[in-house]
Each structure stands twice: as C-alpha cells, then as structure tokens.
Ligand binder design. Structure first.
Ligand code: TTP
Ligand code: MG
Length: 356
C-alpha cells in the first residue's frame, strides 16, 4: 500500500463512560470514587465500570462487586441507568457523524472514524484530535480519548494510551507498539497473556523477534495477524455505516381507544420529536402518517417535499396537515404512527472551528 492510499483512522473512546454520565447527572459526585454495577449488598454480580478515583483502589470492570466493596467500602455504588447512557451515546455518535460520515460505532462508547480527508483541513492530526475531544466535551460535558493512526487496531490501542482526555497520534506503528505489553492488544485477555508470557512473549516486539513462522506455528491465522500488527502492517479498515435504514418510523398504541383530538395530536407531536432525534445525519423527503381505528381499519397518508429536510418543524407541519383529513371521521383511534422515508445521508458538514 502506498503512502497516498493509506487511510487515516481515529478511534474515539469515552472515559469511564457510565461513571462520567452519573457525575454529569449528579455533579456532587465529582471527585468521589464512583462504581456502577450490581448492588454491593446483593452478594453477586459484577462491576460495570469504576471512575479513576475508584480505580486507584484496584476496582475495575467485570470484578465481582463483593470484591470491589472490600477494596473500597466508602465508594459511591450506583445501579446502571441504561437509558441515560444510551441518550448520551446517541448524542456522541451524532457529533462524530457530523465530523465524518464514514463512521463505525463499535460499542456504546466507542467508534472509528475515517479522517483521511482532514489532512487538508487541519495543520496536523494532533490538532484534529484535540478539536474532536473539545467538541464532544463542549456539547455533552463528557470527556473522551482518541487514537489516530493508519489502522483500526493501532488506533484502538492508541486511544487507551493517554486516558483520560488524551490524544495519541501514531506515525510509526511498529515503533509505537514495540515496547508495549502484549496485554494492550484487544483479544489478548488474561489467559492468553499468561500463556504467551510462559512462552517468553511479553512485549509486542517479541512477536517480531520470534518471527513469522513461529507465530503462525503457535497461533495459526491469529499469529500471523499479531506478527503483522507488531510490524506495523495492519491495515484493518472501517466498516462504514451505510444508509441501511431507508426509513425510520414510530407507532404508539393508546391504552384505551382515543377520540380526543388534542390527545391524539399530542401523541403525534411526541412521535415527531422522537423521530427527529433519531435522524442523525439523515434528511428525509417524505412524511407518512398511519391511523388504525378501533375496528382495525388502517389508513396511511403521505406528503413529499421537493427538497429534503431535517427539521422538526417540517415533520410536525406535515404530520399535522396529514392528520386533518382524519379529524372529521367519528371513529375512536387505536394506534397512530409517523414514518420518514426517502432518507438521504448528508455529507461531511462544515466543521465549526469555534471550539478553539
Ligand atoms: P469501556 O470503554 O471499556 O470502559 P470505560 O469507558 O468505563 O473506561 P475507559 O476510560 O477505560 O474507557 O466500556 C464502556 C462502558 O461499557 C463502561 O463505562 C461500562 C460498560 N462496561 C460494562 O458494563 N462491563 C464491562 O466489563 C466493560 C469493560 C464495560
Ligand atoms: Mg470507554
């Protein structure tokens, strides 16, 4: 692969994500050791994550909660609030998509971004990394770390390198990896690491020293991957999220059949807001409405725009206009739904440089 063909990939990972969300929700927790996971009184269950103050006591993800409680009896123990974490995650992913629509989300708090084209916009990738972290912090109040290199695996290792709120740009993957412990490689867990240590493999450079044939002989295809990675020859590329959802929709069945138009309109409004929050970097051309009466007769109507839109007002106005037709029908309604179709992905948006 030539220099010009190489992609530049960023890996963004939020810092102690669940705990950071909890501190955002309740700022009086700032500076205190916080552990999110099972109840310490339940006798079973594990730690989901711990913040840096709690990690100082040895508490970490997947540890039995009873062990965490022994290490840190004075910590703040909280049960996970999944919907709040998801809400923040959606916001973060939306910000990342606004930077590059060539993006792959890999978990609730991490994503890869292809940032190759930004070499022309920013002085260097360090500046771009700082920009991304500041943008996330400004818009969500949460901190992330970022690794930037020519491969997904190296960027993932790099994003861990300088946590929290750290930027790590890797120009020379082989050199960056060489002195690092083999345990930093995703996929080398406790058991594999112990086995490799017994074989004299401690640092990533040891994969290079042992040689390609040795690595293939001992670990098969995975060994070859590890050998190539250690030599800085990993070009794992990101799987872009395509516009796979050609439509987004939401429906709501009333608890009891409804004939109060104010209540029906209010429900439609709520559905419109929800759909708008899920649009991310898509625009729509068509808004449809679905009405199911108490006798299960179902009718749909739609309205298309000449120019694609992404505003909440255009969803609301179209939905209200479509609803008018049904107001005169004197039959109670069982279900209402709204759908946005003809979705178009918006290209990289103009970056706002005002966070500097
Ligand atoms: P991670 O990114 O692995 O951890 P983290 O964000 O808490 O900390 P770091 O700063 O080191 O990145 O995981 C993201 C979230 O996923 C984490 O906040 C809680 C959840 N999680 C679990 O529920 N169980 C687990 O074993 C791990 C590793 C994470
Ligand atoms: Mg994280």
């Amino acid at each position: 692969m030539t220099e010009s063909e190489r992609k530049v990939i960023a890996h963004v990972d939020m810092d102690c994500f669940y705990c950071a969300c909890e501190v955002k929700k309740n700022p009086s927790l700032a500076g205190k050791p916080v552990v999110v996971g099972a109840s310490p009184y339940a006798g079973r269950g594990v730690v989901s994550t711990a913040n840096y103050e709690a990690r100082k006591y040895g508490v970490k993800s997947a540890m039995p909660i009873s062990k965490a409680f022994k290490l840190l009896p004075h910590g703040v123990y909280l049960r996970p609030d999944g919907s709040f974490y998801k809400y923040n995650s959606n916001q973060i992913m939306k910000i990342l998509k606004s930077i590059s629509d060539q993006m792959q989300q890999v978990s609730i708090d991490e994503a890869y971004l292809d940032i190759t084209s930004f070499s022309k916009i920013f002085r260097n990738f360090q500046t771009l990394g700082e920009y991304v972290l500041k943008l996330i912090k400004k818009k969500t109040g949460l901190t992330a770390s970022i690794g930037i290199s020519y491969s997904k695996r190296v960027s993932k290792i790099a994003s861990e390198h300088n946590k929290p709120f750290g930027v790590t740009v890797v120009e020379d993957s082989k050199q960056f990896l060489s002195s690092q412990d083999i345990g930093v490689i995703p996929g080398i867990g406790k058991v594999a690491k112990a086995k490799m240590n017994e074989m004299g493999l401690h640092k990533i450079h040891d994969f290079v020293k042992k040689g390609k044939m040795y690595m293939i002989d001992k670990f098969g295809k995975w060994g070859l991957k590890l050998y190539l990675l250690a030599n800085g020859e990993d070009y794992s590329q990101i799987k872009f999220q395509k516009a796979k959802n050609k439509s987004i929709s939401k429906e709501r069945t009333f608890i009891s059949d409804q004939d109060n138009w104010l209540a029906i309109k209010e429900t439609v409004e709520k559905i419109c807001s929800k759909l708008h929050s899920q649009l991310n970097n898509f625009q729509f051309k068509t808004v449809s409405i679905k009405i199911r009466y108490n006798d299960f007769t179902t009718l749909t109507r739609d309205l298309s725009f000449k120019v694609a839109s992404n505003t909440i007002d255009s969803i609301r106005q179209a939905a209200n206009k479509l609803l008018e037709e049904f107001i005169l029908v004197a039959k109670p309604i069982r279900l209402v739904g709204v759908k946005l179709t003809n979705l178009i992905q918006v290209n990289d948006r103009q970056l706002q440089l005002n966070v500097f």
